[in-house]
Unconditional design. Structure first.
Length: 117
């Protein structure tokens, strides 16, 4: 089921497509255990680190932002990442929801875009 938030995400994707701006659409595709967002949660990310939407906040989004920058600036390839929300080793300062999230990072580059980022 779509929400007003989803509509805003897709309107932004359309705008970026028309402007020739490459972006990454991160989507939660699976989860296990306790996690902050449900399957289907989306976030659009730009190479400058800015974003629209949320896939979980905090450490989750830090990992997603890092992976999205890699996609946008280096690999230019879509792919999946897994984020573990368990106690971090050594210092124990990580998220401890106890679950795992898999996200698809969809590299969206308008055809013919010569934007050099």
């Amino acid at each position: 089921m779509s929400t007003a938030h989803d509509l805003r995400i897709f309107e932004q994707l359309d705008l970026e497509w028309r402007h020739g701006t490459p972006v990454v659409l991160a989507t939660v595709i699976s989860k296990s255990g306790s996690v902050p967002r449900e399957v289907g949660a989306r976030m659009v990310l730009w190479a400058d680190g800015s974003a629209l939407g949320t896939v979980g906040g905090g450490c989750v989004e830090a990992e997603v932002r890092k992976a999205a920058r890699e996609v946008l600036l280096v690999t230019k390839q879509s792919g999946c990442i897994t984020v573990h929300l368990t106690e971090r080793e050594a210092g124990g300062t990580g998220d401890i929801c106890g679950g795992t999230m898999e996200l698809f990072l969809d590299y969206i580059r308008p055809e013919g875009s010569d934007v050099g980022i």
